[in-house]
Design a protein around this ligand. Structure first.
Ligand code: ADP
Ligand code: GLC
Length: 468
């Protein structure tokens, strides 16, 4: 597999959770799996073993010489491509809100290295590429490596975790990533006058997957297709929606080291201690909020996540017996929304602006409700974690949210409107008052099984069909 993030090494969102768990689930079922990642600054070399010097990455006229490091983790080999000029930076993709201008080179290098890895590091039947950052691989295989017998039987899988991020660059990047003008046609890399790495993955991979069945349908429509729906429809036979799983070795209140007290469906007592601990941690008073429904939010603050709706009806939401604990970082306008709410409702709204893994776990455990009003959501993992933590999700019924939350385990609304969000939250807050029914709802969620086993079996079957 080739990707730009994987837990526990480098994470900005759910992609990392998937790359941290799916490979192990496959390995447990007999596959031999390796993952190639960039060696970012945040991954200290001291923890890794150097296994290859002078690893050549040829891009156009330039040869970048990297080193490869290795770390084995839960049955999987994680290889790290170390080219300090590309990856030894503070961010994964951007700094101070600005994308790195050489992202086209940084990820093209990762893709070439992914192909070279098959020659030099790890013989594979399948090259599984994740998101636009690995989208060029099927294209390199078809155009550059196709003649080499090493690659004759290598098949590619391209997984779309988020269609909105496409890796779009100007036509002038072509020579720098090793292609001539002939690559700039609609049957190749050209996409509305630019070059698209995402399109390369979709058009040239043997098989395409995405992370929930509903999202697989949605992205074939103009409304949610981000300009690629036509191409996706033309490949509908090769497009599979396979729901992500949750890694319950990391996200389970019975064993979670970050939370105040363990609990599970048989013994729920610990959750009250987690609630109290969460509220104290973020500076809210558990006594004052005894009867309030505490809603949690943990998210990248991007327009995808639907917080425009929260902003739209914030006043009415806060008329309810509700408290809000928010952890997130991203676009400044959403940070401003939550800063403002915390100022306006001190004692009832707490906002932590940043990335904090331990606090994310505390929110999953300590909140009563979990809010995900997403505009679109390819899969979404937090609502799946919330179910296991007995933290009832209130979600918009799109993508993976639709596929994982039911009327029995959570609250759903469908239109992208503040009023619909408000109605769903009101329903949840009212339901929270009936403790007996609430407990039943919590337990229904906690008993759901979204472990990786079903998805990993599905993926293996797909690999097997391809390899044969
Ligand atoms: P997405 O991949 O679109 O961000 P997911 O729900 O699939 O959404 O996954 C988000 C993952 O990132 C979860 O593991 C969540 O806990 C984590 N996460 C998001 N924002 C933060 C944050 N500010 N601090 C800690 N963890 C975060
Ligand atoms: C993306 C999506 C999210 C999904 C994650 C893992 O970041 O936004 O919905 O859960 O990838 O596939």
């Amino acid at each position: 597999m080739v990707a730009s993030e994987a837990a526990p090494y480098a994470k900005s969102g759910g992609l990392a959770d998937v790359l941290g768990a799916l490979p192990t689930a496959l390995a447990e079922r007999g596959a031999k799996v390796a993952v190639l990642l960039p060696r970012y600054q945040s991954i200290p070399r001291a923890q890794l073993r150097r296994v290859y010097d002078d690893f050549p990455v040829v891009l156009g006229q330039d040869v970048y010489r990297g080193e490869i490091y290795l770390h084995e983790h839960r049955g999987v080999r994680f290889y790290f491509l170390d080219i300090p000029a590309f990856y030894n930076r503070r961010g994964l993709y951007f700094e101070d809100g600005k994308d790195y201008p050489d992202n086209f080179l940084r990820f093209a290098a990762l893709n070439v290295a992914g192909c070279e890895a098959i020659r030099r590091l790890f013989r594979a039947d399948i090259l599984h590429c994740h998101d636009w950052q690995a989208g060029l691989i099927p294209y390199y295989l078809s155009k550059r490596y196709g003649v080499d017998p090493t690659f004759a039987s290598v098949k590619t899988v391209f997984t779309i975790h988020n269609l909105a991020y496409q890796g779009i660059f100007g036509r002038d990047v072509l020579p720098r990533i090793g292609f001539g003008e002939s690559a700039f046609t609609s049957g190749d890399l050209e996409f509305y006058g630019n070059v698209s790495y995402l399109k390369a993955g979709i058009a040239f991979a043997d098989v395409i997957t995405t992370v929930s069945p509903t999202y697989a349908r949605e992205i074939q429509t103009p409304d949610a297709g981000w300009g690629v729906d036509g191409l996706l429809r033309s490949r509908a036979q090769d497009l599979h929606g396979i729901l992500n799983g949750a890694d319950y070795t990391i996200w389970d209140p019975a064993t979670d080291p970050h939370i105040a007290a363990p609990y599970d469906a048989r013994k729920l007592d610990g959750k009250a201690a987690c609630r109290e601990d969460l509220l104290r941690t973020v500076g809210l008073d558990p006594e004052a909020l005894k009867t309030a429904a505490v809603a949690g939010i943990v998210a990248r603050l991007s327009s995808q996540k639907g917080f425009d709706l929260v902003a739209e009806v914030a006043g009415e939401l806060m008329n309810e017996n509700l408290a809000l604990v928010v952890l997130g970082a991203g676009e400044h306008r959403y940070e401003a929304v939550f800063h403002h709410l915390a100022e306006r409702y001190p004692g009832r709204v707490a906002f932590r602006n940043g990335y904090d893994d331990a606090l994310a776990h505390k929110i999953e455990a300590g909140a009563d409700l979990f809010l995900m009003p997403s505009q679109y959501e390819p899969c979404g993992l937090n609502q799946i974690y919330s179910l296991r933590y007995g933290t009832v999700p209130v979600v918009r019924a799109v993508g993976g949210l639709e596929d994982t939350v039911t009327g029995e385990t959570g609250f759903k609304f469908s239109g992208y409107s503040g009023q619909e969000l408000l109605a769903a939250v009101r329903e949840a807050v009212n339901a929270f008052e009936n403790k007996k029914a609430w407990k039943k709802r919590m337990l229904a969620g906690m008993k759901q099984d979204f472990s990786w086993s079903a998805s990993a079996e599905h993926m293996l079957a797909l690999y097997q069909t391809l390899a044969s």
